[in-house]
Design a protein around this ligand. Structure first.
Ligand SMILES: *Cc1c(COP(=O)(O)O)cnc(C)c1O
Length: 494
């Protein structure tokens, strides 16, 4: 399997060679500014699906990923997926058979064929170390990085900025990994006590937390400035693990298969049935994996994209207009991990939508990169949108509270605000006869304030997180200064 950029120049021109999986693993954007995608999507037929249905999560992950990776020997890949997807890492301290499922499916309304109802379920993706679905891919990334770096005798220094979720997920994935150091910038005194404790309590010598006296955007600007200092970047082997990383998207494809099998009868089910997935979306990474699973032949009837008040993506799927917002136009909502102004992975889907024509993508994104919008409403490709199974909707603070309340009343289950956005939009855009799986993207314990507002009580915390805030913390506090951050890196990279 070779990879191409969404903005690739025609073959034969300079820089048109096609890299392998390992070659794009540690990088970010393609040199031409595009995103990497497989040259073609592997196709999975019915008999193979029937076989995959019986696999454990770790074996399924190996089977799916092997279709995208041909420069890591299958036995090594199996070792990595088995090291990653264990009940111990994805159980949250629970000790039951459910944990061994890694991503258990929980029926809210079980299927009732006699009434023509396909059923409604939640796919639990948040039982990893940081209680959010990002652990599903990030934990694998940690093992893949270590494997490839060791093989190549290389090191990487990951520099990132976080307002909470991604940074902690990256730290928990990279802690103790050979060849990897993490320098994570966060806004000083602007994260919740829980989020701070989660990150700053890590004592691993390869993890460095830096709290900058500023906002998330200030932190992000420092990361950009350091990454644009090409001499520094090369000398100190600066890398990133942001949401455009292809391996993260690929790892997320796996749980669509797992969720599909669980929703269609488990090990003894059959492959004819279509399933809808509702996906709380921000940077389009999660649902992009669903799109790819569908392109591989998984019978996904609908991909229901849910946004919060920051509805860049809903606007596109309704109108054909993609209009990224300025940071100042991006609202701070009660589903903060979906507060995005532009959806960094959207370019991957757009590439497929426009018939994989890199020239069109170059033209559209030259507008986006200038801060402009584009409009596909009059284009033929936009009329083909239904062929891709996408529908969308948006959810507000009031919807979130209402959905959390209703779910608690009806099912005795507390869901987090992001998952509530998915459930709200999914319920509006589904058809009764098709089973619908809502992807759970975080546990409610991460967003106590909103749960209290909705239910008047705090959600339970997994046993492993009790007393987290009392642990000793390790963090370097700095001014908003590119210089200081660079000096800190120099001091800590031998
Ligand atoms: C990252 C995140 C999202 C958005 O996922 P994308 O892949 O960016 O679309 C939704 N919910 C939670 C809790 C997240 O952490």
């Amino acid at each position: 399997m070779r990879y191409i950029s969404t903005r690739a120049r025609p073959t034969g021109t300079v820089g048109s060679s096609k890299p392998t999986f390992s070659e794009i693993l540690l990088g970010g954007l393609a040199p031409d500014g595009g995103l990497y995608l497989p040259e073609t999507y592997p196709r999975i037929d019915q008999s193979e699906l029937a076989r995959w249905r019986r696999l454990s999560y770790a074996d399924l992950a190996c089977a799916v990923l092997a279709r995208f990776i041909d420069d890591i020997p299958p036995d090594d890949l199996r070792t990595l997926t088995h090291r990653t997807y264990t009940a111990a890492i994805y159980s949250n301290g629970r000790n039951d058979s459910v944990a061994s499922e890694i991503t258990p499916l929980r029926w809210l309304d079980p299927p009732a064929p006699e009434r023509g109802e396909g059923g409604l379920a939640i796919l639990e993706l948040s039982n990893g170390p940081t209680l959010a679905f990002k652990d599903m891919a990030m934990q694998l990334l940690g093992h893949l990085f270590e494997y490839v770096l060791t093989r190549n005798g290389e090191e990487i220094n990951i520099l990132g900025a976080t307002s909470g979720d991604t940074g902690s997920s990256a730290e928990y994935a990279m802690r103790g990994k050979r060849g990897v150091r993490v320098f994570m910038l966060s806004p000083h005194q602007r994260m919740s006590a829980f989020q701070r404790a989660q990150m700053y309590s890590l004592q691993d010598p390869n993890i460095y937390n830096i709290a900058v006296r500023g906002t998330f955007d200030d932190a992000q600007d420092i990361v950009k400035a350091v990454s644009n200092d090409h001499a520094f970047k090369t000398r100190y082997r600066i890398g990133a693990v942001n949401s455009i990383n292809w391996a993260r998207v690929a790892a997320q494809v796996v749980y669509y298969f797992k969720g599909y099998f669980a929703a269609t009868g488990g090990a003894g089910g059959n492959e004819g049935q279509q399933v809808a997935f509702a996906v709380p979306s921000g940077n389009f990474g999660n649902i992009c994996a669903g799109h790819i699973a569908r392109m591989m032949g998984l019978p996904i009837g609908r991909l229901i994209l849910a946004t919060n008040e920051n509805d860049v993506l809903d606007e596109f799927f309704r109108s054909g207009v993609y209009r990224p917002r300025a940071t100042s136009e991006t609202a701070a909502t009660s589903s903060p991990s979906m507060d995005i102004s532009k959806a960094s992975n959207f370019e991957r889907f757009a590439f497929d939508l426009v018939g994989r024509d890199p020239e069109v993508i170059r033209r559209l994104w030259s507008a986006v990169d200038r801060g402009d919008s584009f409009d596909l409403s009059a284009e033929r490709c936009f009329a083909r949108l239904p062929d891709f199974g996408f529908v969308s909707g948006r959810s507000t603070h009031a919807d979130r509270l209402e959905t959390i309340r209703r779910t608690h009343d009806r099912y005795g289950l507390i869901i987090d605000p992001h998952t509530a956005d998915g459930l709200k939009v999914g319920s509006e855009r589904r058809t009764a006869e098709m089973p619908m799986v809502v992807l759970e993207t975080a546990l409610p314990a991460k967003f106590e304030e909103t749960i209290v507002e909705a239910l008047g009580r705090t959600p339970d915390r997994p046993a492993t997180m009790e007393g987290l805030e009392k642990l000793p913390q390790r963090v370097e506090i700095m001014d908003v200064s590119v210089d200081q951050v660079q000096r800190f890196i120099v001091q800590h990279v031998p």
